[in-house]
Write a new protein. Sequence first.
Length: 342
Amino acid sequence: MTAELPRAATRAPLVDPFARQITYLRISVTDRCDFRCTYCMSEHMTFLPKAEILSLEEIDRVASAFVERGVRKLRLTGGEPLVRRNIMSLIRTLSRHLDSGAMDELTLTTNGSQLSRFAGELADCGVKRINVSLDTLDPDKFKAVTRWGSLDKVLAGIDAARDAGLKVKINAVALKDVNEDEIDDLIRWSHGLGMDITFIETMPMGEIDFDRTDSYLPLSQLRARLSEHWTLSDIDYKTGGPARYVAVAETGGRIGFITPMTHNFCESCNRVRLTCTGTLYLCLGQDDAADLRSAVRASESDDLLHATIDEAVSRKPKGHDFIIDRQTSRPSVSRHMSVTGG
Ligand code: SAM
Ligand code: SF4
């Protein structure tokens, strides 16, 4: 039997001025969350009014326009994507692009709190891999970092996802004086369950309740420390994201490092980000954006939407310039990560 060929795109692929093709769209489906992680949000956040948020139908329209233009991978994020009402109906609708062969991957980044409920349905919609954020395995620290989260619930969610056949990757933000003493345990635990783990540096995004320079742990330092007692070797493993991976001889698992602060990964950037209000950001670390909500709401035809996307991609910046230092304690990007979706 011959495999069905991917549907040819009827409109031109999206290529930016630096010849980078846009094949990956991250969508923040809500700015809300059931956690209040200290590095991400302040305890008392003001969330957006409903009228400003794209409806699930509007998100589908924008996502599908990108798929038509050659985007092969969609990642839903937030806020917490699985707390958006009826989120599974959007995921089910988007999965038609997997069935048609127009898209390779539909995935999400989640805090894991709702996975016990949704894991089976996600697998049924063709989701194969998910990223679960987990910074610590200590219940008290977990409570301190997430303010509102429960470690047991997240661990049960991870079990449910694995039981449903989803491949889970753990994302942990490396936090000085918070989880730096636990990094080895996190590696042992995740690799023991066959899960890769990626460490992320804190990024200066959005006002929070404390100074981020206090918890900033450069991954170059972390990696140097790890190589004192693990045998790490650089590998060419890629998941379409900015992480650089090493293999750990002792566990047979992989560790990823996402180092926006100490290493520039912009030259291979293939992605753009859509917020829940329909703002398209061309770069995580820059304020250049385009308003796709107006384009969607102004006309039933998608022509204006495509023209707005084209114009936006023609402005994609070459790279970002995040800075965290004592002189610049203000965030270099004022929006929170929960708005752009990480
Ligand atoms: N709520 C979901 C979660 O926590 O996985 C998805 C959204 S969250 C904004 C996506 C990722 O961004 C999480 O792994 C989180 O730890 C990370 N994150 C949030 N704020 C950050 C910051 N200021 N610097 C670095 N990573 C951050
Ligand atoms: Fe919520 Fe994720 Fe931000 Fe934590 S990192 S507050 S789980 S959006």
